[in-house]
Design a protein around this ligand. Structure first.
Ligand SMILES: Cc1cc2nc3c(=O)[nH]c(=O)nc-3n(C[C@H](O)[C@H](O)[C@H](O)COP(=O)(O)OP(=O)(O)OC[C@H]3O[C@@H](n4cnc5c(N)ncnc54)[C@H](O)[C@@H]3O)c2cc1C
Length: 614
């Protein structure tokens, strides 16, 4: 068993920042990651990082734009923490040597982004995430922080008191991808989950194949609530054949969207009469699909994004990467022709419920980055607000886990007596197919943890994970994960997409149930111990199934239209009944649903919900 003060799971922007912070605080910290740090998906981020750095801008404006973008479902303490702290975190990156794009006078450049009232998005060409990841990786190496890379974390080692709020996380179990060994990692002070997005729940996504929502699924099954899972961001400019992202930076620099008639539809049809292409992402994605549905799409599928008028010099200077993506993935020379684009899954606004210090309701368990929900983004994230979230909340989680006093959090976590219970009518039972067997992945119903010391919990979790791997490998002729995964992804894309309606959501739940049943007999044909991707993808597929179900349950229960969540039957935002977060926790093998109110009280003012127009 390995042992450290703080274990960070994941080496993307959030994980690296968390590890650096914990080390600064004096902790013996290690990162465990299924990918090498610089292969993490943060490296794909193109457009930029929002921070109120310039004269004329302010953290208050950043906070207001974020709250408005969230459609008033973000929590003010988290949003204000983000807006107040992102300038110092960006300056810190600059001091660590991040190669930001600059103006003639040497100042860091900032560009407009959707939903922002000021051009506040700092960037490094169209490779901001790549630069950010490499800058922080340098710090990691300089500080000698230990990284267990190519270790796939399978589970959390959590004690098994009845209420999740009474449990403690003592570590994790990892599978060494190179050797096939399973080992425990004991965390003396805390585990920080920074496992990124869950885009692989859908079949058309900007996310990498590694983004299977592992951390969210692990925390969920260990009893930590997951919050606002129904809010999935569909980015309006992805390449139709692959889902590869064309950055919002293109529209930020002045790129224009046209329909098949050559009309600038954002203005022509009044989707966003003031901001046009720079309305927030949910608005632009719906507009594009409306155009396609009205017969004004190209090949009945997509619209055009044109940047030719920006001129070669500016494009090469600020968006060169986009030229390569359009050429390599769509065969389009974007200097000469417009690019085909359509909405694709991009980001999960929801995730593991945390407070503004990154803590979950399970003692010693933290989450930061895209896998967490503090909640900054509410029902719709503004472009350029995820990267600051990684560094602001990654750092806070790292400091806090290592013992720094950050003051008492205003956001509460866990189930409290006063929270409203939720109920949703489903066509099939959600949750495990055999609850007694699958009651929880980190502590099954029959096990008794009394008398175990912290290392004992890690050993117990390691034994269970080893048994599970053996049983998957023994069932050589079982069902292949790929078919099951593809069915779920297709159903989610067909039924739980930009436009949602009750019948389709119920169909998705039926499909997910079928996938769960098929998964009962899943097996792994590849028996090798080294780089067994068949085995790992089989394990990830279960996470995909659990999260697909959580997203769909949230989408079915939320009977209103807010931010990225459009419902055919409910065409209005309903502040009277729905100014609340959706929480789900895996209880005895089935999801339990409840709601908690949104916090709109900021430090100095209340963010009064208004009609959101751009
Ligand atoms: C194409 C694209 C462009 C984007 N552009 C922008 C932008 O310009 N601005 C912006 O603000 N946001 C942008 N976003 C969003 C933002 O980049 C992501 O939300 C963010 O980078 C996620 O960072 P993270 O640290 O949470 O996760 P990631 O960077 O995805 O890292 C996750 C880490 O967890 C590890 N991991 C996962 N599961 C396991 C496991 N089971 N065991 C061990 N390790 C595990 C992985 O190895 C990886 O190291 C973009 C997103 C995409 C997809």
């Amino acid at each position: 068993m390995y042992e450290h003060d703080v274990i960070v799971v994941g080496a993307g922007g959030a994980g690296l920042r968390a590890a650096i912070a914990a080390q600064e605080e004096g902790a013996d910290v290690a990162i465990v990651s299924k990918l090498h740090p610089v292969r993490s998906h943060t490296g794909a981020a193109e457009g930029g990082i929002n921070a109120a750095l310039r004269e004329g801008d302010s953290w208050e404006d950043h906070a207001y734009d974020t709250m408005k973008g969230s459609d008033y479902l973000g929590d003010a303490p988290a949003i204000e923490t983000l807006a107040q702290t992102s300038p110092e975190e960006v300056i810190q990156l600059e001091h660590w040597g991040m190669a930001f794009s600059r103006e003639e006078d040497g100042r860091v450049s900032q560009r407009p982004f959707g939903g922002l009232s000021f051009p506040r998005t700092t960037y490094a060409g169209a490779e901001t995430g790549h630069q950010l990841l490499h800058t922080m990786y340098e710090q990691l190496v300089k500080r000698g922080i230990e990284v267990y890379d190519e270790w796939h974390v399978l589970d959390l080692a959590v004690s098994d008191e009845d209420a999740p709020e009474d449990r403690t996380c003592h570590g994790v179990v990892g599978y060494d991808i190179q050797s096939g060994n399973v080992e425990g990692f004991r965390a003396r002070d805390g585990v920080i989950l920074a496992t990124g997005g869950l885009g692989q729940v859908y079949d058309h996504t900007t996310n990498a194949v590694s983004n299977t929502g592992d951390g969210v699924a692990m925390a969920y099954r260990a009893g930590a609530p997951i919050e606002d899972m129904e809010f999935i961001q569909f980015h309006p400019t992805t390449l139709p054949s692959t889902g590869v992202l064309i950055s919002e930076g293109v529209r930020g620099e002045g790129g224009i969207l046209y329909n098949a008639e050559g009309e600038r539809f954002m203005f022509e049809y009044g989707y966003a009469s003031n901001d046009g292409e720079l309305a927030s992402r949910d608005v632009v994605s719906r507009a594009e699909l409306n155009e396609v549905n009205a017969g004004r799409g190209i090949e009945d599928e997509y619209v055009h994004l044109d940047m030719r008028h920006l001129g070669e010099e500016r494009i090469i200077d600020r968006l060169e990467n986009i030229l390569h993506l359009a050429e390599d993935f769509e065969g389009v020379d974007a200097l000469e022709e417009p690019m085909p684009v359509k909405p694709g899954q991009h980001y999960a606004m929801g995730g593991i419920e945390t407070d503004e210090n990154g803590e979950t309701c399970i003692s010693g368990l933290y989450a930061a980055g895209e896998c967490a929900c503090a909640s900054v983004h509410g029902s719709n994230r503004l472009g350029g607000n995820a990267l600051p979230e990684l560094i602001v909340f990654g750092a806070r989680a790292g400091y806090h886990a290592a013992g720094r006093d950050l003051g008492e959090a205003e956001i509460t976590t866990g189930k409290r007596g006063e929270w409203e219970a939720g109920d949703v009518e489903t066509p099939v039972d959600p949750g495990a197919v055999e609850p007694d067997v699958e009651a929880d992945a980190s502590g099954d119903a029959v096990a008794d943890g009394s008398g175990l010391d912290p290392a004992g919990f890690v050993e117990r979790a390691t034994e269970r994970a080893t048994e599970r791997i053996e049983s998957l490998l023994t069932n050589e002729d079982g069902r292949n994960h790929a078919e099951i995964r593809a069915d779920v992804q297709q159903s989610m894309t067909d039924n739980v997409n930009v436009f949602r309606e009750e019948d389709a959501l119920k169909q998705a739940l039926r499909d997910i149930r079928e996938a769960r049943e098929a998964y009962q007999d899943v097996g792994v044909a590849d028996q090798s111990r080294t780089f067994n991707t068949d085995l790992l993808q089989t394990i990830e597929t279960r996470n995909i199934i659990d999260l697909a179900e959580a997203i769909t349950l949230g989408a079915l229960v939320r009977e209103e239209f807010r931010g990225a969540h459009w419902r055919k039957e409910y065409q209005e935002r309903d502040d009277e009944n729905w100014l609340k977060h959706t929480l789900l926790s895996w209880n005895d093998g089935s999801p339990e649903l409840w709601f908690k109110p949104v916090i709109l009280e900021g430090e100095e003012k209340r963010y009064e919900p208004k009609i959101r127009s751009y």
